[in-house]
Design a protein around this ligand. Structure first.
Ligand SMILES: NC(=O)c1ccc[n+]([C@@H]2O[C@H](COP(=O)([O-])OP(=O)(O)OC[C@H]3O[C@@H](n4cnc5c(N)ncnc54)[C@H](OP(=O)(O)O)[C@@H]3O)[C@@H](O)[C@H]2O)c1
Length: 337
C-alpha cells in the first residue's frame, strides 16, 4: 500500500513514518523545502521511503504528492499556541485540510484519509469528561490554534457526510521520545524544569489534560486505517491529569525533590506576555504564551473508550509514558537527575 504522510518531518509524523515502514508500507513523506528531516528514517536503498516536496497551502504540490497513493495521513499543521501572524493557523490548518479533500476528488487512487484532529476540536470539558459526541460550542477559543482545529474537524465531518472516506483521530497532549517541537510540550517542560528555568508547579492543579504517549497515538492512527469508520472521530487520548500530577510523578521517577512553589496563573500571564514581546524581537515562538495560559484555566479531560472498544487502542498510563521519556531526555544530555 502506498501511503502519503503530511507533516512527516514533525514530532508525530516522523514516528508515524517509521511505524508505517515497519509494517511494510511504502511511504511518501510530504515535507517542505525548509523542513528538518532528522525525525525521518534515512533515505537509502531498499527503504520504501520517498520525499515529496511541497506545502499544504500549495495545492499543485499536494495534488502531485497524492498521485498514486492509496492512503493519506494528514498530520501537517502549525502547532503553536501563538504566532506573530495569526492568519497562518487558518490558512495552514484549515486550508491544508481543504486542499487534501480537493486532491482526494481529483485523484482516483485514494481509498482512505486519516486526519489528525485534536482534543481542542471538541472544546474544553470544565467539570466533566467528554467523549466523541461533544462538538465544539465555537463560542470562545483560547487560541487561533484551537479555533483552526475546531473548524477543520467540522470540515472533515462534513466531507464524510458527502462520501469522502475520512476518519478523524483526536489525540490528547502528545508526549514521548521524538522531535522536540512546540507540540512536544511535556519534553520541553521537563527540559525547563531540570535546567532550573521552571521553579515551581505551573497551573493551580485544577486543570486537567489528557496525556497520550506518542507511540500509542501512532498505533491509534494505524488502527484507524485498519478499522476506523469514515465519518467517525476517535479520541486517541490517555490518562487525564493536571500538570501538578505530572511534576509529582516525574519527581518520584527521578527521585528528585518536588517543586516547592506554585506559579500562579496571573504570574504566568505576565511572564507569557514578556515572552511574546521577546519573541517579536527574536522571531522565535515563545515557550508559554497568553493563549496557552488561557488553556491552563480550563479542563480538557476525555474518554478514549470508543477507540479502545472499536479500534483496539491501548494507551499506556502516564507513569509508564514518563518512565520512557525521562531516561531518553537524560541520555540525550538534555536533563540531569
Ligand atoms: N503535539 C500535540 O500535543 C498534539 C495534540 C493533538 C493533536 N495534534 C496534531 O497532531 C499533528 C502533528 O502535530 P506535531 O505535534 O507532530 O506537530 P509538529 O511537530 O509541529 O509537526 C507539524 C508538521 O506539520 C508540518 N507543516 C507545518 N506547516 C506546513 C505547511 N504549510 N505545509 C506542509 N507541512 C507543514 C511541519 O513541517 P516543518 O517540519 O517544515 O515545520 C511538521 O512536519 C498536528 O495536526 C496537530 O494539530 C498534536
Amino acid at each position: 500500500m502506498k501511503v502519503l504522510v503530511t507533516g512527516a518531518s514533525g514530532f508525530l509524523g516522523g514516528r508515524l513514518c517509521h511505524a508505517l515502514l515497519r509494517r511494510g508500507h511504502s511511504v511518501r513523506a510530504f515535507v517542505r523545502r525548509t523542513s528538518d528531516l532528522s525525525s525521518l528514517p534515512t533515505l537509502s536503498d531498499g527503504v520504501p521511503l520517498e520525499l515529496a516536496l511541497g506545502d499544504v497551502t500549495d495545492y499543485p504540490s499536494l495534488l502531485a504528492a497524492c498521485s498514486g497513493c492509496n492512503v493519506v495521513f494528514h498530520a501537517a499543521a502549525i502547532v503553536e499556541s501563538w504566532l506573530p501572524d495569526l492568519s497562518k493557523f487558518i490558512s495552514v490548518n484549515v486550508g491544508g485540510l481543504k486542499n487534501v479533500l480537493r486532491a482526494y476528488k481529483e485523484t482516483d487512487t485514494i481509498e482512505k484519509i486519516i486526519y489528525t484532529s485534536s482534543f481542542f476540536a471538541l472544546g474544553s470539558t470544565d467539570g466533566y469528561t467528554a467523549d466523541e459526541t461533544q462538538m465544539h460550542s465555537a463560542k470562545f477559543f483560547c487560541s487561533e490554534y484551537e479555533k483552526s482545529k475546531a473548524v477543520a474537524d467540522k470540515i472533515a465531518l462534513e466531507a464524510a457526510k458527502e462520501g469522502v472516506p475520512i476518519v478523524a483521530v483526536c489525540p490528547g497532549i502528545i508526549y514521548g521520545p521524538g522531535k522536540i517541537t512546540a507540540g512536544n510540550v511535556v519534553a520541553r517542560l521537563m527540559v525547563e524544569r531540570f535546567n532550573g528555568r521552571m521553579p515551581g508547579y505551573i497551573g493551580d492543579g485544577k486543570e486537567s489534560f489528557s496525556f497520550t504517549y506518542v507511540e500509542d497515538v501512532v498505533n491509534g492512527h494505524i488502527l484507524a486505517l485498519d478499522k476506523g469508520q469514515p465519518g467517525q472521530r476517535y479520541l486517541l487520548t490517555g490518562e487525564n491529569a493536571s500538570f501538578t500530577q505530572v511534576f509529582d510523578i516525574v519527581a518520584t521517577i527521578t527521585n528528585t525533590k518536588r517543586p516547592s512553589l506554585k506559579i500562579p496563573l496571573f504570574v504566568m500571564v505576565v511572564y507569557a506576555w514578556l515572552l511574546v514581546l521577546f519573541s517579536r524581537i527574536t522571531g522565535q515562538p515563545p515557550l508559554i504564551s497568553p493563549p496557552a495560559v488561557c488553556v491552563m484555566r480550563h479542563q480538557w479531560a476525555y474518554s478514549c473508550e470508543k477507540a479502545k472498544r472499536e479500534l483496539g487502542y491501548k494507551p499506556r498510563s502516564l507513569k509508564e509514558g514518563l518512565e520512557e521519556i525521562l531516561p531518553w531526555l537524560k541520555k540525550l544530555g538534555l536533563i540531569k537527575y
